[in-house]
Write a protein that binds this ligand. Structure first.
Ligand code: PMV
Length: 324
């Protein structure tokens, strides 16, 4: 049987940065994200006795061995659950600039989890899908749901309690996320490698672990009260702190380009002029700027004027996985 699913990507407001179990993708801290409507992956999976290997095509191109290996490893988990041993063909269309600080792996593994299980006739709950998607890419467990989503780190060694939980659906708070693209190049250090090196070598990592839970509580309070200014402040400090931990790693990791700093300064200037706008940055050079929808046009214009900015993509809160 064949099945197609679509998943949106998400932007972390409180970051996931560090694993306590590399194999099961179990995090050292809980995180919180907003699922977006502009970047998504649509994936079709078909298991077939005719195939002698898994096959992976991304945006019309047969993928590299490294990418195929990661997908096959994930499909092995699905095969174990369904008790089948057939290979699969995976055809994926990515409307996300891959590996440029946009979590393409989040939408990719959320869509793959949904399409692959559906194609085998497995009826998984969203909780189960989230746990499965997490084992392809941690942030993917949040993309199963729309709107504001918390990834509860869980305590168990088997990861059964480490999954996404929707806090507020996408229609409950209309914010705008402007993604300022300052580099569409593939980043040199993957997020997995970046977090591993930070956990193992950065003296600042302890400070992260000591304070990230408070950031999470603060942002949840801001969401509950729909307090945009507070949400922005907490989000911004959490992102800068994550990048701070990487600067302390050996060798240090700096994802930023000159355009990154230009966008940060632009956001500070907007705030000084009375326009509430706040930024966050994942493991890459690009910057996502949050603002209120009524300010969207002005903020976008200001970002577009920055020298290092190639383009600005406007997103709003998006939904969780859908089957096509
Ligand atoms: O799940 P990964 O490997 O794409 O890691 C995501 C890491 C960050 O984007 C930096 C933070 C996050 O919570 O999404």
């Amino acid at each position: 049987m064949k099945a197609t699913a679509r998943a949106n990507t998400n932007i972390a407001l409180i970051k996931y940065w560090g694993k306590r179990d590399e194999e099961l993708f179990l995090p050292t801290n809980s995180s919180l994200s907003l699922t977006l409507d502009g970047f998504y992956t649509t994936t079709t999976v078909e298991f077939s006795k005719e195939l002698i290997n898994d096959e992976l095509i991304i945006n019309g191109v047969r993928s590299s061995d490294k990418e195929l290996l990661r997908v096959s490893r994930f499909l092995n988990i699905v095969r174990r659950i369904a008790e089948v041993d057939t290979y699969a063909s995976v055809i994926s269309e990515n409307n996300v600039p891959i590996a440029a600080g946009f979590a393409s792996s989040a939408s990719a593994f959320a869509a793959l989890a949904a399409a692959s299980t559906k194609s085998l006739g497995l009826e998984l709950s969203k909780d189960e899908l989230s746990i499965l998607a997490r084992q392809g890419s941690g942030s993917a467990c949040r993309s199963i749901y729309g709107g504001f989503v918390e990834w509860k780190m869980g305590k168990r060694d088997d990861g059964k309690d480490s999954k996404g939980k929707q806090l507020l659906s996408e229609d409950k708070w209309g914010l705008t996320v402007l993604s300022a693209v300052v580099s569409s190049e593939r980043k040199k250090v993957s997020s997995s490698e970046g977090m591993k090196r930070t956990v193992e070598t950065s003296p600042f990592y302890k400070g992260w672990l000591d304070t990230v839970h408070d950031d999470l509580l603060d942002i949840k309070a801001a969401i509950k009260k729909r307090d945009f200014i507070y949400l922005g402040e907490v989000m911004e400090r959490n992102a800068l702190k994550m990048h701070g931990t990487m600067l302390g790693a050996r060798p240090p990791i700096l994802y930023w380009e000159s355009g990154t700093i230009e966008v940060i300064s632009c956001v500070y200037k907007l705030r000084n002029s009375g326009i509430p706008a706040f930024f966050t940055i994942d493991a890459g050079a690009n910057v996502k700027v949050l603002c209120l929808p009524e300010e969207e046009y002005k903020v976008r214009e200001a970002l577009m004027e920055q020298k290092g900015v190639e383009r600005v993509i406007t997103c709003h809160p998006g939904r969780g996985i859908t089957y096509l």
